[in-house]
Design a protein. Sequence first.
Length: 92
Amino acid sequence: EVFEEEAQDEFAEYFSRVKSAKIMITTRPRPSGVLFNFISDLMSLFPNSYFYKRGSYALTDICKWAHNKKFTHLMVLGEKKKNCNQLLLGHL
């Protein structure tokens, strides 16, 4: 019974290595330079991750663009007083 549930899990393809994750990393609008050090660390930690500047785009537009470019996950980082304090992770 447990094996059947695991096979139907939406992330089963990733755990069985049938499909690999492609992660898009972006930030809140106008990030500080400190946040880019953290982004660099994330990119070395997660293979197949890419950083794109947020600019003035709405989050819905970014999600649509990332989905069209075959990204599987979206990370949006936020900060307060030059410290990263937010991480929004979405499965596309």
